[in-house]
Ligand binder design. Structure first.
Ligand code: ATP
Ligand code: MG
Length: 311
């Protein structure tokens, strides 16, 4: 969505991130699912590339495909140092003469090699180039984390990670990041600005101007400032033949609630009912005891239901 509306409401943090990158530190960008980590990294990537730094992007995906994609980008930015056996025989003489070979000519042999060898080739090629490597997601299996572990020795890193990442192997990589930026939900004005800009380039029919206004307000509030939630509401609006007052209420709420973090409320509530149980015993109050018992049952049920919903 940021390709349509631009990156909204992140200027200050982008400046901070740029300063961190300029001073040479590795940067970890964290935040909950859908908060805009990838979009933030992309914006930073564009800025750094425009500033003349060699930049490569490790996309989210399986090890094999992301390593091959990384090899291609390294080849196109700083040039891969390929072992001769990677170059098909008929191109070898030319490669020896010119010192270069086109990606299209080595792509197939590179793709056939084990990822481990390719990763070593990539690391060897990045060395000494002051390259910036952007890792779109650290939500990766251990084998992939191991490949990434060679990167901080040969390049500067910017990576995105879900705040709730519990992958064990990634820990070894995490201590290499000197700086961290945690992305917070956007404020209401930014959320609204996204919706307004988006509506500027999409045709959505509203029953009346007041409905349009109600929709924008609902987006700003119910999204909780999470761009993915905003996106959900906007695309839902686009599928309606006409957005009416009642449809606004329906779908903005539906899309929003899923992204609002209820955990603190639930924890506080749970503590309250447990405490209620003990207070009831202390006061010898049967009513309070039964009430907090029901409270506990309700909370356990709610937790179970929410666990299923978020899956
Ligand atoms: N500040 C922003 N302004 C406008 N659009 C944004 C902004 N941040 C994110 N978006 C858009 O919101 C959507 C979700 O963002 P993004 O994919 O970057 O989130 P994420 O945190 O990487 O999600 P995930 O946790 O799933 O990886 C994308 O379509 C993106 O373009
Ligand atoms: Mg992402």
């Amino acid at each position: 969505m940021d390709d349509v509306v631009g990156l909204v409401g992140r200027d200050r943090q982008l400046d901070r991130a740029e300063a961190i990158v300029a001073k040479g530190s590795n940067l970890l960008v964290t935040g909950r699912a859908g908060i805009g980590k990838s979009a933030f990294l992309r914006a930073l990537f564009e800025r750094a590339r425009a500033g003349g730094r060699p930049c490569v992007w490790v996309p989210e995906g399986n090890t094999r495909s992301s390593v091959i994609d990384l090899a291609r980008q390294v080849h196109e930015t700083v040039g891969l140092r390929v072992p001769e056996e990677v170059i098909p025989t008929r191109w070898r003489a030319q490669a020896r003469r010119t010192g270069r070979v086109e990606w299209a000519r080595i792509e197939r042999t590179v793709a056939r090699r084990p990822s481990r060898d390719n990763m070593a080739m990539i690391a060897g090629s990045l060395k000494g180039h002051r390259a910036l490597v952007f890792i779109e997601s650290l939500e990766v299996p251990p084998s992939q984390a191991e490949f990434y572990a060679v990167l901080p020795d040969v390049a500067q890193l910017v990576a995105a990670m879900d705040s709730r990442n519990t992958r064990v192997r990634i820990q070894r990589l995490l201590w290499r990041f000197q700086e961290q930026i945690e992305l917070q939900p956007l404020d209401a004005a930014a959320s609204r600005a996204i919706a307004e800009r988006w509506l500027g380039s999409h045709t959505v029919r509203f029953e009346t101007d007041r409905v349009r206004e109600a929709f924008l307000k609902a987006v700003a509030q119910d999204s909780g400032g999470v761009p993915t939630a905003i996106e959900g509401m906007l695309s839902k609006a686009a599928t309606e033949p006409e957005v009416t007052r009642s449809s606004v209420r329906e779908f903005t709420h539906e899309a929003g609630v899923r992204y609002i973090d209820m955990t603190p409320t639930i924890v506080v509530g749970f503590v309250a009912v447990i405490a209620g149980r003990y207070i009831a015993r202390g006061l010898d109050s049967m009513e309070l005891y039964v009430l907090s018992g029901i409270g506990i049952a309700l909370f356990l049920g709610l937790r179970f239901a929410m666990g299923r919903m978020s899956r």
